[in-house]
Design a protein around this ligand. Structure first.
Ligand code: HEC
Ligand code: HEC
Length: 156
């Protein structure tokens, strides 16, 4: 049977299905990424960092923010490829530090700082939050890729 919808039309439909709002981040399905990168924290959306940042991070998993997150070489390469292929590119804004080194933290990017400038240093340190990297503390549906204001509750 011939396909009912022609390929170019499908591509067009896919383009319209992309997240329409800046607050929606679909984390594309990837088994290795979910298994290896969502055990200590949530699966951060690949779109939130530039490809160079993911390359730098995936190049040194044994010194991963004070943790050893190293994995076998085959998985490491597969996950790195996945992250780079889905990285934010230009849309993430500048993800380099003043010296031009790729930032490894989403929470240090200008985009993150801009979206969170109303949150005080004391709030970040609350026992219920602990770290800006703990997205789920406030974004109740972060694991599903939803970051919009309707799903935010800042815990006391
Ligand atoms: C053994 C635990 C562990 C594993 C496994 C792990 N991480 Fe992490 N990751 C951490 C810790 C600890 C931090 C720092 C959290 C903090 O500052 O509160 C972190 C932070 C991060 C951050 C920065 C968050 C921010 O501040 O913006 C990213 C991005 C990240 N991890 C990605 C990954 C990826 C990709 C993988 C899979 C290859 C992975 N992590 C696997 C422990 C882990
Ligand atoms: C202390 C609570 C808190 C934590 C932790 C937190 N956020 Fe937020 N986030 C907020 C608030 C409050 C806003 C602003 C909502 C507004 O003004 O529309 C926001 C806004 C955002 C937005 C913009 C949403 C929009 O509607 O445009 C994104 C994206 C986002 N956060 C991602 C993250 C990510 C990723 C993490 C973890 C790395 C994180 N946040 C951690 C509280 C938090």
């Amino acid at each position: 049977m011939k396909p009912i919808i022609a390929a170019p039309l499908l591509a067009l439909l896919a383009a319209f299905a992309l997240p329409a709002h800046a607050d929606r981040y679909n984390v594309p399905k990837n088994a290795a990424f979910e298994e290896e990168c969502a055990s200590c924290h949530l699966a951060y959306p690949p779109q939130m960092l530039h490809a160079d940042s993911w390359r730098a991070m995936m190049g040194d998993l044994s010194h991963h923010f004070g943790s050893d997150a190293s994995i076998d070489e085959k998985r490491r390469t597969a996950i790195a490829d996945f992250l780079v292929a889905n990285s934010g590119g230009r849309k993430t804004g500048n993800t380099r530090d003043a010296k031009g080194k790729p930032l490894l933290r989403i929470t240090e990017t200008a985009r993150f700082e801009k979206k969170h400038r109303e949150i005080s240093a004391a709030t970040w340190k609350r026992a219920s939050i602990k770290s800006p990297a703990n997205c789920t503390a406030c974004h109740k549906q972060a694991a599903a890729g939803y970051y919009n204001e309707h799903s935010i509750t800042i815990p006391k």
